[in-house]
Design a protein around this ligand. Structure first.
Ligand code: PHE
Length: 357
C-alpha cells in the first residue's frame, strides 16, 4: 500500500497539465483504477483483514483525491499567472487631437466687464445663488406682499414640514449681494457682482438661469451724475467706440429712488448693431440711487451716505456685442455652437491688450 501511495503521489506532483492529472486520477481512483480494484478485493478477505485493510484503503483514496484537488488548483493558478504575463493591453488613450476648449461667451464677457470696472477701481463681490428671501426681497425694500415678488417668477426652495429656517429662493437678481457687501464692509463701497440668477421664464430671450452684473457705489456726495459717467465709460470700453450716448428713462425699482432704465443710442445695419450712432435706442440696464431703506438694511446710515446701483444682463450684452441671436443656445452645450462663438482660453481680456480676440 505504501508503494501504491508513493507511486501516485509523485505521479500527481509530476502531472504537467489537467489532462495528465486526469489520467493519473483514472489510473488510481477511477472505476478501474488500481486503488479501486484493491477495494473490490476487500470482499474476498477475512473480517479481521478487512478491518485493517479497509480503513487504510479509504485513507489512501482520500489522500490521492485531495492531492489531485490541490494539484488542480496549483495548475490553474499557474495557467492564470502565465496568461496575465503573456496577455497585455494598453488601456491608456492617445491624447485627443483637439486638446484645447474654448471660453464660453458668458465667461468671456464677464471677464471683459470685470476688466473695465476694475480699471475704474471696482472690486468683484460674490454672493450665494441660493439666498434667503430676506436678502433677495425684504432687504431690498420688497416686503412680502409687494407685487414685484410676483413679477419675478421666483423659484422657491422646497421646505420640509416643520423646517423653521427662513424661506430660501434661487436669487432672482444679483441685488442681494449689495446688502451682503454693505453688511460686510460698511461704507464706502465700490463693487460689481457678476453671477447667475434664476427666474421661471423660457423663450428666445429668456432662460430659467441667466447672468447679471450688479454695480454698487456708496460714498459721501454720490449723485446720478457719477452713475451716468461710469456707465458711459463702461459702454464706450465694452463696445469699443469713441462715443456713446445714453438716455435715462424714468422708471421704478423698489430698491432705488429715483430709478432709471438706461437706453443706448444705436442703429441696426443688416442685423449688425452699431453703437453711438443712428436713431434707435436699445434698453441695456436698470439703475438708480440706492433707496435709503436698502442702505439701512445693509447697516449704512442713509443720512451720511448715498449710493448708486445698476443691474445689467451679461448674456444680453454678450448677444448684442457678438451678434448671437438666441439666448437658449447659450445653455445647450452644443459643441459646434461653443466652437463658433467661443473664445481662445489663453487670451485674457484687458483694457491695454484689447477686450476680445
Ligand atoms: N435688480 C434689478 C433687476 O434684476 C436691476 C437693478 C439693479 C435695477 C440695481 C436698479 C438697480 O431687474
Amino acid at each position: 500500500m505504501q508503494e501504491l501511495r508513493d507511486k501516485y503521489i509523485s505521479a500527481i506532483a509530476e502531472a504537467e497539465d489537467e489532462a495528465a492529472l486526469e489520467s493519473v486520477r483514472l489510473a488510481a481512483v477511477g472505476k478501474k483504477g488500481e486503488v479501486s480494484l484493491k477495494m473490490r478485493e476487500l470482499g474476498k478477505m477475512t473480517p479481521e483483514e478487512r478491518q485493517t485493510v479497509g480503513p487504510a484503503l479509504n485513507a489512501l483514496k482520500e489522500e490521492v483525491n485531495s492531492a489531485i484537488a490541490a494539484r488542480k488548483t496549483a495548475l490553474a493558478d499557474a495557467a492564470l499567472e502565465e496568461r496575465l504575463r503573456a496577455e497585455w493591453l494598453d488601456v491608456t488613450l492617445p491624447a485627443r487631437r483637439r486638446g484645447q476648449g474654448t471660453l464660453h461667451p458668458v465667461s468671456q464677457v464677464t471677464e471683459e466687464v470685470t476688466a473695465i470696472f476694475a480699471d475704474m477701481g471696482f472690486a468683484v463681490a460674490e454672493g450665494p445663488r441660493v439666498d434667503t428671501d430676506w436678502y433677495n426681497f425684504d432687504a431690498l425694500n420688497i416686503p412680502s406682499h409687494h407685487p414685484a415678488r410676483a413679477e419675478m417668477d421666483t423659484f422657491y426652495m422646497h421646505r420640509a414640514e416643520g423646517d423653521n429656517r427662513p424661506p430660501h429662493v434661487l436669487r432672482t437678481h444679483t441685488s442681494p449681494v449689495q446688502v451682503r457687501t454693505m453688511e460686510k464692509t460698511g461704507a464706502p463701497v465700490r463693487i460689481i457682482c457678476p453671477g447667475g440668477v434664476y427666474r421661471a421664464d423660457y423663450d428666445q430671450t429668456h432662460t430659467p438661469m441667466f447672468h447679471q452684473v450688479e454695480g454698487l457705489v456708496v460714498d459721501k456726495d454720490i449723485s446720478m451724475a457719477h452713475l451716468k459717467w461710469v456707465l458711459e465709460e463702461f459702454v464706450k470700453a465694452f463696445f469699443n467706440v469713441e462715443h456713446a450716448e445714453l438716455r435715462f428713462r424714468a422708471s421704478h425699482f423698489p430698491f432705488t429712488e429715483p430709478s432709471a432704465e438706461v437706453d443706448l443710442r444705436c442703429s441696426w445695419d443688416k442685423g449688425q448693431l452699431k453703437v453711438g450712432e443712428g436713431d434707435d435706442w436699445m434698453e441695456i440696464l436698470g439703475s438708480g440711487m440706492v433707496h435709503p431703506k436698502v442702505l439701512a438694511a445693509g447697516g449704512i446710515d442713509p443720512e451720511a451716505y448715498q449710493g448708486f446701483a445698476f443691474g445689467m444682463g451679461i448674456d444680453r450684452i454678450a448677444m448684442l456685442k457678438y451678434g448671437i441671436p438666441d439666448l437658449r443656445a447659450f445653455f445647450d452645450s452644443d459643441l459646434r455652437w461653443l466652437r463658433h462663438y467661443g473664445f481662445t482660453a489663453l487670451d485674457q481680456p484687458t483694457l491695454h491688450g484689447g477686450l476680445a480676440r
